[in-house]
Design a protein around this ligand. Structure first.
Ligand code: FES
Length: 68
């Protein structure tokens, strides 16, 4: 499936967490720590909703993500 990250289209696997997708796509400045919803270092804006913990969100088709 495809998602948009800072205006860039990337291909992600079904069931992949958003944090894993951002790491795999080598998104600049993205540095999650815990991967379990505690540290909040992975917060991004998803479909216009700010401060979403990307390690707790599964990728969805056409998801729009902003990291800045
Ligand atoms: S990586 Fe720590 S809350 Fe997401």
């Amino acid at each position: 499936m495809r998602i948009s990250v800072d205006g860039r289209a990337i291909e992600v696997a079904e069931g992949m967490s958003l944090a894993a997708a951002l790491i795999a796509s080598r998104t600049d400045g993205f540095a999650p720590l815990c991967g379990m919803g505690v540290c909040q270092q992975c917060r991004v804006t998803v479909d216009g909703v700010a401060h979403a913990a990307s390690c707790q969100i599964e990728c969805r088709e056409e998801m729009e993500v902003r990291t800045r």
